[in-house]
Design a protein around this ligand. Structure first.
Ligand SMILES: Cc1ncc(COP(=O)(O)O)c(C=O)c1O
Length: 449
C-alpha cells in the first residue's frame, strides 16, 4: 500500500468488501525478496497489493478497487480476467502447455501466424515468435543486419532511429532508444545508431538531422531504419503526423533500406487503426508486435517479415540460419490466448469503441486545456495525453510523475505519468462513465498541483 493512501479513497470506487487477510504475510516476503522494474527500491513507496481483477478494475488486498486507466503497462485491451480468454487458456493448458518450437509445430502457433499475416500491412507474411516487445525488436534488428550479410553487403551496419524512441531494455533495443534517462548508463556498449528528428522533436528544438540528410550521406551503410509509427510511447506519448510516416517509408523504399515498424505499443487498435502503419497506408519490411497481442494476459511477441527478408536466409549452408530462439518461443498457451483475443477484438468492434473513446477524450480535454498547469494536449485513438507545466526537471525523471501517481491511487485510479506527461490508455472495455470518472479525477488532481 502506498504510504499516504490511508485517507481520501475517492467516492466512485467503493470497497467491495473483499479483502485478503493473508496480504501482510506475503507482502513481507515481497519486501524481503522482490526487486521491481523501473523502481528506485530505496525511495519508492511500498507496492500496491492486488488480489484480483475484473474488467478495468483491480481489487486490492484492503478491499479498495483501482481503475486501471493505463492497461497495466499498455498491455490489456479486453479488461482483466475476461472469461473467454480464461477459457481459451484453460482448454489449451489441458491439451499442450509447451513444446520446443525448433522443428515442431502446433495448431495455435500456426493459426495465429496466419491471423497476424492476414491482418498485417501487405507483404508481411512470415511470423517469428519471441517473448516480449524488446525481443521482437532484437529479432527485427538482427534479421535486417544478417540479411545484408547474406546479400553480400556487410558494410551495412548502421541503424537509424528517431528522437524520443523507445524500443525496449535489451541491448539492441536500448541502442535504438533515444530516452536518455533509461539507457545512457550503457551508452558505451551500444552499436552505431544515427538519431534523426521527428516533426514533434523538431518543434521542441531538436538539433538532430532529418532522415533524408542522413540517408543521403550514409544511406549505403544503413542496415535499417526503425520507428514507432504515429505514437512514441515511453518517450512521452509523442504523436507524429501520418505524413511523416509516409515520408520515412518513401525515403527508405527509394533506397532499398528496410523499415522496421515497432508496433509493440501501437498494434491491436491502440491508435484507432488495427496497426498504426495503416494511418499512412504504408507497409514496413519488418514489424514487431507484443503487449496487446495476448490482450495483456501472457508474454508473447512476434516479428513479421516480408518474403524478401525471409528468402535472404534460405540456403544450403546451415551457417546462414537465423540463429535466434527463446525457450518459450511460440508458446501454445500464449498463442491460444492471442487467438481468443483477436476473436473478441472483432466481436466487440474494438475499433469502433476506440473511435468513440477518441471523441470523448477530445471533449473532456477541451475543458482541461484551459488550466494554466496544462501546457498542451494530444489524442490518438485510445490514448489521451497532456504535458504538464513543471518546476521540476521535466522529462521522465520529473518528480511530478511519482507524486501524481500516488494522488491518483488515493483516488482509486491507476494512472502513472511519464514524468510531467500525464496520459490515459485504458482497456477498450472501459465505459463512458468510467472515462468521465478518470477525467474528473485528473481535473481534481490537477487542481491540487
Ligand atoms: C514501442 C515499444 N517497443 C518495445 C517495447 C518493449 O516491450 P517489452 O517491455 O515487452 O520488452 C515497448 C515497451 O513499452 C514499447 O513501448
Amino acid at each position: 500500500m502506498p504510504e499516504d493512501s490511508a485517507t481520501d479513497r475517492g467516492n466512485h470506487t467503493p470497497a467491495t468488501g473483499q479483502t485478503d487477510p493473508t496480504a501482510d504475510g506475503w507482502l513481507a516476503l515481497d519486501r524481503q525478496h522482490v526487486w521491481r522494474p523501473y523502481t528506485q527500491m530505496k525511495t519508492a513507496p511500498p507496492p500496491v497489493p492486488v488480489v484480483s481483477g475484473s474488467g478495468v478494475w483491480l481489487q486490492l488486498a484492503d478491499g479498495r478497487r483501482l481503475l486501471d486507466a493505463i492497461s497495466s503497462w499498455w498491455v490489456n485491451i479486453h479488461g482483466h480476467a475476461h472469461p473467454r480468454i480464461g477459457q481459451a487458456l484453460a482448454e489449451q493448458a489441458g491439451r499442450l502447455e509447451h513444446v520446443i518450437y525448433a522443428g515442431f509445430a502446433h495448431e495455435p502457433g500456426a493459426r495465429l501466424a496466419a491471423e497476424l499475416a492476414a491482418r498485417a500491412p501487405a507483404g508481411l507474411s512470415k511470423v517469428f515468435y519471441s517473448d516480449d516487445g524488446s525481443t521482437a525488436v532484437e529479432v527485427a534488428l538482427k534479421m535486417a543486419y544478417q540479411a545484408w550479410r547474406h546479400r553480400g553487403q556487410p558494410e551495412r551496419r548502421l541503424f537509424v532511429a528517431l528522437d524520443d524512441a523507445y524500443h525496449g531494455d535489451t541491448f539492441g533495443a536500448m541502442a535504438a532508444g533515444g530516452v536518455q534517462a533509461f539507457h545512457s548508463t550503457f551508452h558505451e556498449l551500444f552499436f552505431a545508431v544515427r538519431r534523426v528528428a521527428t516533426p514533434a522533436s523538431r518543434a521542441r528544438g531538436s538539433k538532430s538531422p532529418d532522415l533524408e540528410a542522413v540517408l543521403d550521406a550514409e544511406g549505403d551503410q544503413v542496415a535499417a531504419v526503425i520507428v514507432e509509427p504515429m505514437l512514441q510511447g515511453a518517450g512521452g506519448m509523442v504523436v507524429n503526423p501520418p505524413s511523416f510516416l509516409a515520408q520515412v517509408r518513401a525515403l527508405t523504399a527509394a533506397r532499398g533500406i528496410p523499415l522496421i515498424a515497432d508496433e509493440v505499443l501501437t498494434g491491436f487498435g491502440r491508435t484507432g487503426r488495427f496497426f498504426a502503419s495503416e494511418h499512412a497506408d504504408i507497409a514496413p519490411d519488418l514489424m514487431c508486435v507484443s503487449k496487446a497481442l495476448t490482450a495483456g494476459y501472457l508474454p508473447l511477441s512476434a516479428t513479421l517479415a516480408t518474403e524478401e527478408i525471409f528468402n535472404a536466409f534460405l540456403s544450403e549452408d546451415r551457417g546462414q540460419t537465423f540463429f535466434h530462439g527463446h525457450s518459450f518461443a511460440g508458446n501454445p498457451l500464449a498463442c491460444a490466448v492471442a487467438l481468443a483475443s483477436l476473436e473478441l477484438f472483432d466481436e466487440l468492434d474494438c475499433l469502433g469503441r476506440v473511435a468513440r473513446l477518441e471523441q470523448q477524450y477530445r471533449e473532456r480535454l477541451a475543458a482541461l486545456e484551459t488550466l494554466p498547469v496544462v501546457a498542451s494536449t494530444r489524442v490518438l485513438g485510445g490514448m489521451a495525453a497532456m504535458d504538464l507545466v513543471t518546476r521540476g526537471a521535466g522529462g521522465y525523471l520529473d518528480d511530478l510523475g511519482p507524486r501524481l501517481t500516488r494522488s491518483f491511487i488515493d483516488r482509486g485510479f491507476l494512472l502513472r505519468p511519464l514524468g510531467n506527461v500525464l496520459y490515459l490508455l485504458p482497456p477498450y472495455v472501459i465505459t463512458d462513465d468510467e472515462v468521465d470518472a478518470c477525467f474528473d479525477a485528473v481535473a481534481a488532481v490537477l487542481a491540487e498541483i
